[in-house]
Every structure is written in C-alpha cells, then in structure tokens.
Write a protein that binds this ligand. Sequence first.
Ligand code: SAM
Length: 283
Amino acid sequence: MMVDWSEETLHDDLRIKIRIDRLLFDSKTEHQRLMLFESGTFGRVLTLDGVVQTTESDEFIYHEMMAHLPILAHGNAKRVLIIGGGDGGMAEEVLKHTAVESVTMVEIDAGVVEFSKKYLPAICKGAFDDPRLSLVIADGARFAAETDERFDVAIIDSTDPIGPAEVLFTDAFYGSVKRCLSEGGLVATQNGVPFLQSDELTSTLAAFRKLFRDATCYLATVPTYVGGPMAFGWGTDDETLRQLSEAKLAERFKASGIETRYYTPAVHRAAFALPPYIEDMIP
Ligand code: SAM
C-alpha cells in the first residue's frame, strides 16, 4: 500500500516528512496553499505552502507560551491584539483570561479561519464565537499602521517571512506595532527556530533594540517546528515585566484559574535563560 508523506521544504538543507494517514483537504486559498491531514502521532496537521502551522498534538506548547506568558507578565491586560493566528488556537488561549475584555484578531486569509472552524475544532474550540473576539480579515501590517486602537499586549502569530507574512518581519511593521501599544504594553512575536533561522531572530531583535527599552527573546521547544527550541521575540518599555518573581507570577497564574499543559510560572522564568549560541544572535 502506497504511504503518502507531507514534505516540508522550509529549510534549504533539511527536509521534514510527516506521514499522511488521511488527507482531508488540499487546495489554494486567495493567499496560500492550505493542506490538512491526519497523522498518527500528530493528529490533525495544518500546513500552509507546505510548512507545518499547527498540529492537534503539540499546539498547546506554542499557544500557551505565546498567550499566557505575555499576558501574565503584563498583569493588567484588557485589550489584546493578535496578528495572524488564523487557526484560532491563539485566540482560544488568550480568551481563557477572563480579565481580558477584548481581543482583536487580524488575519489576512479568511480561508484559514473558515477552514479551521470546520476542521480544527480541537484547536480553536469556541474561540470564534466568543463575543469578546473581533475578527478583522486584513493585512496585519496595514492594520497596525492605520488603527487608532491601543493594545496592552500584541501577539504576532504569523507564518514565516515568506509570501504574505514577509511584511510582518520588517522594521516598519514593528514600528507600527509599537505605535499601537498602550503605555507599558508588550509585544511577543513568533520568531522561528534560531538554530535553523537565526536571521529571523537577529533582524527582529535589532529592530526591537531600537524601539523598546527591554528587548530579548524567550524559548520553548515545539516538536513539529523542527530544529531545537523556537524563539519568541519580546519587546516592551516596561523593564519590570521581565523581573517578576516566580511567586508573583504564581499568584497571577493561580488567580487566572487557567489550567495548562506546558506553561507554569517556573517555565515562564526559565524560558528567558538563553544558551550562548542564541544569546550571540542578539545584536
Ligand atoms: N504557529 C504558526 C507558525 O509558527 O508558523 C503560525 C500559525 S497561523 C496559522 C499563521 C497565520 O498568519 C496564517 O493564518 C496566515 O494566513 C497569517 N498571515 C500571514 N501573513 C499575514 C499578514 N500579513 N497579515 C495577517 N495575517 C497574516
């Protein structure tokens, strides 16, 4: 019996194959090729232009670390901006924070949202029906440059800097994000796997160092983002947000009442401990 494989071609000298047990969807949207399949270990897997975006099995690691860490660090996040995040997994984690009053999600591809609502309920759950969520189908860079709204936390849950997301890794975009943060606001970015995508991290943090008083990254390993720990860019003018004690974080985490499978206050603090090979990538 012929076995099908989904081959990821993101890296020049590394090919990753995931077995396709059942192909559920494979077609082009207005912006990208969208494929969904089931695969033993990973459950349902979403790829865009052949690159793994999210899987039912390990999405919790990425979404918990990009949602709970910045929100609990901020401590008083009422208005949250998500750029990208079409699968709904990020919004789902952010909306667990009952103190969050509004979430604005700006996704360029309506096809990804419609599709995720239908095929990825285990990831987005009821997020798209939450009255606090405002979904804007638009280019995130344009939205950030033009909006009058201000946000306490901005989460950039984008694809890699190829195609529609290229603009989300530019200095101009980061300047716009800074502009739409409220005082003491915080931005966290998906910044690739440094061992294989060091340029992404270096260029983002070069921009952040010019824009923010506190600019660095934190780490978490997501099994289907191959190549070691993934980096999340961190930028804020409030230098105290990264100095919070584990006890303070634990107090906030307990008060949130949120249950997690990856995030803890100790994991939060440890995520900022960078090995020298990554520290050396930060300009
Ligand atoms: N976790 C994934 C990763 O790390 O690669 C990202 C997941 S999420 C599905 C990425 C989303 O970013 C996609 O739905 C894509 O359509 C969206 N996106 C890409 N470029 C965008 C842009 N310029 N503005 C808004 N959304 C964009």
